[in-house]
Design a protein around this ligand. Structure first.
Ligand SMILES: [Zn+2]
Length: 278
């Protein structure tokens, strides 16, 4: 964690941090307000459940993106910091800085912006937990589960240049043979061998319509075939380095709301994975 004992940032460095945080705060507040409105519709239990599900999906994703984005926004002040360590890092930065420095770089205004952000986040989380409870999800998993247990922090490598192509997924290193589980309740829509992906599985989520792509698996669980339903957290196979992979890792691809395998619909799953896994 970077210390702010002798602030290396320029005068007014916090000027960029505060609007950045306020933008994130506004985004979470907007998502929370909207989802809260959707999920007050109770005229029909089936509609209510569908709205709760869509709302939970929306708020979980908003919280996940905000968590990662807040680390990026705060980077000039506290350096690269894991999302969960941000509150401690800000507190440390504040207590390390002498009062003159603190004033010069606007730390107290930053802290106020951080407090607004945290209040918005807490309200978003409260709504999320309310929806999880109402839909009968365990409070720790919600709609989705981390695809792989007990992993170390991983890089934000979505969009990295990999020579002749762009990296359209997130790589999570793990020992060969580490169990991989279904990120969402759903159905296997495609699986088998591919020269790049190796042993690979595409799972279509029931609740969100998202497609999750698992590549380089050492092996696929024997019970799996196209059309088979799985529950959230169910074993689907094991980490490996089959296909175009040097070291054992999960390459996770994500097609939010795609409803089918659609490589054009691949999107950055990193914030969601950080929220679920770390
Ligand atoms: Zn990859």
């Amino acid at each position: 964690m970077a210390s702010l004992g002798a602030p290396a940032i320029a005068d007014g460095g916090a000027d960029h941090v505060i609007p950045g945080l306020d933008t994130l705060t506004a985004r979470i507040e907007r998502a929370t307000r909207r989802v809260d409105r959707w999920t007050r519709a109770t005229w029909d239990p089936e509609v209510a459940e569908a709205l709760d599900t869509a709302g939970l999906n929306r708020i979980e994703r908003a919280l996940a993106s905000a968590k990662v984005a807040s680390a990026e926004v705060l980077d000039p002040l506290i350096g690269p910091t894991a999302p969960d360590e941000i509150p401690a890092a800000i507190t440390a930065a504040l207590s390390d800085a002498n009062p003159a420095d603190s004033m010069r770089i606007g730390l107290s205004a930053t802290l106020a912006a951080w407090d607004r952000f945290r209040t918005a986040t807490d309200e978003g989380r409260a709504l999320r937990d309310r929806l999880r409870r109402r839909l009968g999800f365990p409070l720790v998993t919600g709609l989705r589960a981390c695809p792989i247990e007990g992993i170390d922090p991983f890089l934000h490598d979505w969009g990295d240049n990999r020579g002749w192509r762009t990296h359209k997924g997130t790589d999570i290193n793990a020992e060969s043979g580490t169990p991989l589980v279904a990120m969402e309740r759903g159905v296997i829509v495609q699986m088998g061998w591919h020269y790049l992906g190796g042993n690979q599985v595409y799972l279509l989520g029931d609740m969100t319509g998202d497609v999750y792509y698992y590549a380089h698996m050492d092996s696929i669980d024997e019970g799996l075939e196209v059309g088979v339903s799985v529950s959230t957290g169910q074993l689907i196979g094991y980490v490996g380095n089959t296909g175009n992979a040097d070291v054992p890792h999960l390459h996770l691809g994500w097609m939010p709301g795609a409803g089918r395998v659609d490589l054009e619909g691949l999107a950055d799953a990193y914030p969601m994975l950080v929220e679920l896994c770390l």
